[in-house]
Design a binder for this molecule. Structure first.
Ligand code: COA
Length: 418
């Protein structure tokens, strides 16, 4: 494993807050970028104080999205603060922001001005909707984006309301899309010598993940039904993609099935997939050899009208097995399945700890805290996750690096610019 990281030497001005932007810059920090989080003096990123579990200490909301960064407190609405930001822009590679629409322009840092200051700078931006969209003026949070991007209308049960996912499809997902854009622009800059503006809207990032639901809309428009949805063949279809509950989204029927203990444990379930070519092993696992060659069961088409009866049979088989015991049996038959895991189980999962997907890191005030590490693994490096910075922890260090002397830094503190 090498000690140097691919993004060593890349300096990023992290003008982000809440989740979408911080998730992006955190990822780039893990891979070696020097990420300087610019925060308003006194308060900082709002997530430092939101949903606190320890009074007076940075909330997990903040610590879990801002590891491996440095914090510069800076009031960019003061003349001194603007001067510092200008210097930073001149000496950095990327500026990432996810302010509400127009906030950076109002601060005096339009894209034109940024290009004047440093034509090589990449300006990466998250907004709720893309530039020119008829909703471009809206401020947006996670669930708003899930509704606007098609996730909510296609999630949940057909007899219930549109439902949002627990996964941050609007926030962290947009941050991951933006990270891909930034890395692409960095490679592009090597060829052109020029920076560019990279924008990703939360609506677009959600829609991109809902691609298969748009596929279903187009199929529905043409054929009037969707054979893999629970509504087929017994129920009705309207002209819009329905909510399909826990149905498998592709060509493999699947469902969440109850296991032993479901009456008291909200997560005593497994996801079971009926893969077409695995029908024979499924019948063997369930001790139903008579189904293997039965024309009423042996093809996916024949099974479709009784798919819920088949799931009920599997649930009957599962009723004396825990979700872990069931998966241990089914894995031997090569059946795609998994236990429904709670956050508590994931936090304690040995494999996730060993792989670095869940790590414990040090924080100056909180002590050790658990956080989610890099989901991306490399053969030649293993990102080391470090704790999030305190507000303004690196202010003097960053200012010194920009060429300010002790008196100038003291004057900035005095003027409350930092
Ligand atoms: N010094 C001085 N002022 C600062 C500052 C600093 N270091 N950092 C931010 N500010 C100012 C901004 O200039 C802006 O001022 P203005 O409105 O007077 O021009 C203000 O603080 C913050 O604006 P905004 O980003 O609109 O904050 P908000 O709390 O009203 O809205 C969001 C929060 C998330 C809804 C909004 O930022 C947004 O829609 N962002 C884009 C989409 C997004 O990322 N959403 C959610 C992500 S999890």
């Amino acid at each position: 494993m090498s000690n140097s990281l691919p993004l060593d030497g890349v300096r990023i001005i992290d003008f982000t807050h809440v989740q979408a932007g911080p998730a992006c810059t955190q990822l780039l920090a893990w891979f070696g970028a020097d990420v300087i989080k610019v925060e308003r003096p006194g308060s900082g990123d709002v997530t430092r104080s939101q949903l606190r579990d320890i009074p007076g200490v940075d909330a997990l909301y903040f610590t879990m999205l801002n590891s491996n960064k440095r914090s510069l407190s800076l009031n960019t609405k003061t003349p001194e603060g603007k001067e510092v930001l200008e210097k930073l822009i001149k000496e950095s590679d990327v500026l990432v922001e996810n302010f509400g629409p127009g906030a950076l322009d109002r601060m005096g840092f339009s894209w034109e001005r940024i290009q004047e200051l440093n034509p090589k700078l990449i300006h990466a931006s998250v907004k709720g909707f893309s530039d020119g969209h008829h909703y471009e003026d809206l401020k947006v949070y996670e669930n708003v984006a899930q509704c606007a991007g098609g996730a909510a209308s296609t999630t949940g049960f057909w007899d219930g309301p549109p439902t949002v996912s627990g996964a941050a499809l609007g926030d962290s997902n947009t941050g991951m899309h933006l990270a891909i854009g930034i890395l692409t622009a960095l490679i592009g800059r090597e060829k052109t010598g020029k920076g560019q503006k990279v924008a990703c809207s939360m609506q677009d990032a959600v829609l991109n993940l809902c691609r298969v639901k748009m596929r279903d809309q187009l199929r529905l428009d043409r054929v009037g039904h969707l054979e893999e949805y629970p509504q087929y063949p017994h129920g009705e279809f309207s002209d819009v993609v329905p909510r399909g509950g826990n149905a498998g989204g592709g060509g493999q029927p699947g469902w969440v099935l109850k296991c032993k203990g479901w009456e008291t444990d909200p997560n005593a379930y497994i996801y079971f997939t009926i893969q077409g070519h695995a029908w024979e092993p499924i019948c063997r696992a369930l001790d139903k050899p008579e189904w293997i060659d039965d024309p009423e069961y042996m093809t996916a088409e024949a099974r479709q009208d009784k798919i819920f009866d088949i799931f009920a049979t599997i649930e009957d088989w599962l009723k004396d097995k825990t979700k872990f015991e069931a998966v241990d049996i089914l894995r031997k038959f090569d059946i795609p399945c998994a236990p429904v895991l709670s956050m508590k189980e994931l936090a304690a999962d040995k494999s996730l700890r060993e792989s670095g997907s869940i790590v414990e890191v040090e924080h100056k005030e909180r002590g050790t805290y658990l956080t989610i590490g890099s989901p991306i693994k490399f053969s030649d490096m293993k990102p080391v996750i470090t704790g999030s910075p305190l507000l303004g922890e690196h202010t003097d260090e960053v200012l010194t690096g920009l060429g300010y002397n002790r008196e100038q830094i003291a004057a900035m503190h005095e003027a409350k610019a930092v």
